[in-house]
Design a protein. Structure first.
Length: 210
């Protein structure tokens, strides 16, 4: 009888220990899943946008057949098609690079980039006055719709900093945005023997590339 009693007590101890252990294991498995589900991911809805109807102007002061072009206020980040329940309304955009391509195939790196804030669900202006220097402007007459050289596109890399809902976790989402430029200048650049100098006033539009 003593042996049977001891075995019975031991079985009850084992079962009681198993009953306590099972919920602990379940909770340990469920915790990582809950954390993972609350971690925001970068949205795929962010794209290039424009402000001011996409109309932009720029002036080049040319000397020695070299000048610079500056652009500001027209380029934007479009989040209007995003799910507004995913992130807090306020976001930060940091422009890390910008490249201008001219019709002769040359490319130029921008300076004057910056940081700005915007409202998620709208088109927000990207910061800075983007200046592209060292551009070669051939001598000759620049007539509307007929230019020796003109800007054709700008591509920018932007870090968009978002705060997820309901987690309040901050994430940084890098996006590459491109705009096609339809810009032509009025003016003239003198021959190199005369200094390759002049003033060119570019006017036209920027169109976001989807």
């Amino acid at each position: 009888m003593t042996n049977e009693t001891n075995k019975s007590v031991e079985r009850r101890r084992v079962l009681r220990g198993a009953a306590w252990a099972t919920p602990v294991v379940a909770a340990a498995v469920a915790a990582p899943a809950a954390v993972a589900s609350g971690t925001p991911t970068c949205p795929t809805c962010l794209k290039a946008g424009t402000l001011l109807g996409g109309v932009t102007t720029s002036q080049a002061i040319v000397a020695g057949n070299t000048g610079a072009l500056a652009f500001a206020g027209v380029f934007g980040l479009d989040s209007s098609n995003c799910d507004l329940s995913l992130f807090q309304p306020l976001y930060t955009s940091v422009v890390t690079s910008a490249t201008l391509t001219m019709s002769d195939g040359s490319t130029h790196t921008g300076t004057g980039l910056g940081t700005a804030t915007g409202t998620f669900g709208q088109i927000g202006a990207l910061p800075g006055t983007w200046l592209f220097s060292g551009i070669h402007f051939p001598s000759g007459a620049y007539i509307l719709n007929s230019n020796p050289v003109r800007p054709t596109s700008i591509t920018a890399t932007v870090n968009v900093i978002l705060i997820g809902l309901p987690s309040l976790i901050q994430i940084t989402c890098p996006v590459t945005l491109t705009w096609n430029l339809n810009l032509f200048a009025v003016g003239a650049v003198t021959a190199p023997i005369l200094g390759g100098a002049g003033t060119l006033n570019y006017t036209g539009t920027a169109t976001p590339v989807p």
